[in-house]
Ligand binder design. Structure first.
Ligand code: ADP
Ligand code: MG
Length: 313
């Protein structure tokens, strides 16, 4: 198999007319159409074998996750995903591996109507770089800098599961839940698009809630108090490690790929409507305050004076 055989067999899939693709795989570059009034939203992420996924990760999981982490960035911007380009570096052309990798990639791509329009192949240590291209109505991308005093801080899904999955013993009973959380994160694209015009800021959680929320706070020039009691933790994680350790995973472990966003205090009903429509929990976990920095308290009832868990501060 030369590189053209690989592209033809595993990556060159027919693209329908209504996908905005004027020219896909096969020429020197792809050509796409940007509808009037829309802006192009771009994100790129690389996954390196042994760094971003354990060496024994299945090819299907790598294909899914490499795309998912990129789509998660588009979700945080409120963008609709449209196209992807893929740069694949691998030590050898293993047909079974390529078929499984493409299977994982296209399974997720089809789910969100994302079209592979080009890429590159290279021989070397296994690494996957994907660039995704999305669309957003002009001026409506959700940024990190809009959080305002009094806004409520929300997160989607549950936190800490993927971080725990990296450390857990392989044979544990709850293993399947944790494996899915680590290897098959669901990019929150539908929620992200629904948040346009509602969220004042958003970020996707790749490095742990505390650190990623800090990015919003710094960009917005505000602070926040979080209620640790309110953090959404899966029953599996609480059972496995206990509440306190589960909170630590939620705050500091990575790879959740959930959204953290802020919205004005009057928008609770609209937010819950999105949760109901998508079937994904959205939980209020704190409030934006004028004092910079992140404070960790035990309850949302009071605005100040709650004792922080020193363990995490
Ligand atoms: P060039 O030599 O001009 O860089 P390539 O031989 O790398 O061209 O690629 C030929 C065509 O195949 C291009 O359209 C390119 O975008 C596409 N392509 C290459 N690698 C991949 C890949 N891994 N996935 C999808 N398309 C790819
Ligand atoms: Mg090339």
């Amino acid at each position: 198999m030369n590189e053209f055989d690989i592209i033809r067999r595993f990556f060159d899939r027919p693209v329908a007319a209504d996908t905005g693709v004027s020219l896909g795989i096969g020429d020197d570059a792809a050509v796409v159409r940007i509808p009037a009034g829309q802006e192009l939203v771009l994100a790129m992420d690389t996954l390196v074998n042994g760094v971003h996924f354990p060496e024994n990760t299945s090819a299907a999981a790598i294909g899914w996750k490499a795309l998912a982490v990129n789509l998660s960035d588009l979700a945080a911007m409120g963008a609709k995903a449209r196209w992807a380009t893929l740069s694949l570096t691998m030590p050898e052309a293993d047909e079974a591996w390529l078929a499984a990798f493409a299977g994982g990639f296209f399974e997720l791509a089809q789910q969100y109507d994302v079209h592979l329009i080009g890429g590159d192949l290279c021989r070397g240590p296994l690494a996957v770089t994907i660039q995704v291209h999305g669309l957003v109505p002009a001026g409506q991308a959700i940024r990190r800098c809009g959080a305002a005093v009094g806004d409520v801080v929300y997160v989607t899904g549950t936190l800490g599961d993927a971080g725990y999955a990296l450390h857990m013993p392989i044979e544990e009973a709850a293993g399947e839940w944790f494996r899915l959380q680590l290897q098959r994160p669901e990019p929150r694209l539908t929620i992200g698009q629904a948040l346009r015009g509602l969220a004042t800021s958003a970020i996707d959680i790749s490095d742990g809630l505390a650190g990623d929320l800090e990015h919003i706070l710094r960009a917005s020039g505000v602070g926040a108090e979080l209620s640790l009691d309110s953090l959404p933790l899966s029953p599996s994680l609480e059972t496995a490690v206990g509440r306190q350790q589960a909170v630590a995973y939620a705050l500091t472990a990575g790879d959740d790929y959930e959204l953290c966003f802020t919205a004005p205090s009057g928008s609770g009903e609209a937010v819950q409507h999105i949760a109901t429509e998508t079937g994904v929990a959205i939980t209020a976990i704190g409030r934006i305050q004028a004092d910079s920095g992140l404070r960790l308290g035990n309850s949302m009832a009071s605005d100040s004076g709650t004792a922080a868990y020193r363990h995490f501060s």
